[in-house]
Unconditional design. Structure first.
Length: 162
C-alpha cells in the first residue's frame, strides 16, 4: 500500500468513498456522525488546500482517504471529562474513510500518521464503535470529550510515542 497527497483527479473517487463510509456508519449504528452530505466536496478541497488530504492506494487504486496535518485543532483547545496526554505539538487526523471493511486500510492510514508524527490526536462520535475499537487496538488513549463548532460532542483520543 502507498499513501500520497490527494490530487484533483482523485476528488470523484474520494467523494464516493465518503458516501460509502456514511452508509457503513448508518448500518453500524452510527447514523449521526456524517450527516447532511458531510464531508462534502468543499470540505475535501479545503483539506487539499491546507495540504492535509491524503489517499491510500492499494494495487494502484484509491482504497481509503484521510486528513492529517501537524497543526493545532481549534476544537481541541478545550477538553472536558479528562485531559490530553501532553501539550506538545501534535498531528491531527480527521475524516478517515475506506472503500471496504475488514482489510486494515484505516489502521494502515493511522499507522502512517504515527510514523509522520509521534504525537497524534483524533476524535470520533460516541456511536462510532468500530473506530473506537480500532483506536484502542492501535494504542490510542481516550482522553475526554471535545466539542465541534456546531456544538456536537466527540470522544477525544491521543497517542504519544516518546
Amino acid at each position: 500500500m502507498d499513501i500520497r497527497k490527494t490530487e484533483e483527479r482523485d476528488i470523484e473517487k474520494v467523494l464516493s468513498i465518503y458516501e460509502q463510509a456514511r452508509k457503513f456508519m448508518a448500518e453500524a449504528g452510527n447514523p449521526g456522525q456524517w450527516t447532511g452530505g458531510y464531508p462534502a466536496e468543499e470540505d475535501l478541497r479545503r483539506d487539499m488546500e491546507r495540504g492535509g488530504s491524503y489517499v491510500c492506494l492499494e494495487n494502484g487504486e484509491i482504497a481509503a482517504t484521510f486528513f492529517f496535518l501537524v497543526a493545532e485543532e481549534p476544537t481541541y483547545r478545550v477538553i472536558r471529562e479528562g485531559k490530553w496526554l501532553n501539550e506538545e505539538p501534535y498531528g491531527v487526523v480527521h475524516r478517515v474513510a475506506s472503500a471496504s471493511r475488514g482489510r486494515g486500510l484505516a489502521s494502515y492510514c493511522l499507522s502512517w500518521c504515527l510514523e509522520q508524527c509521534h504525537n497524534v490526536r483524533i476524535d470520533t462520535h460516541r456511536d462510532n464503535i468500530p473506530m473506537q475499537n480500532m483506536l484502542g487496538k492501535l494504542g490510542f488513549v481516550r482522553c475526554g470529550i471535545v466539542y465541534m463548532e456546531d456544538g456536537s460532542e466527540r470522544i477525544a483520543f491521543q497517542r504519544c510515542d516518546e
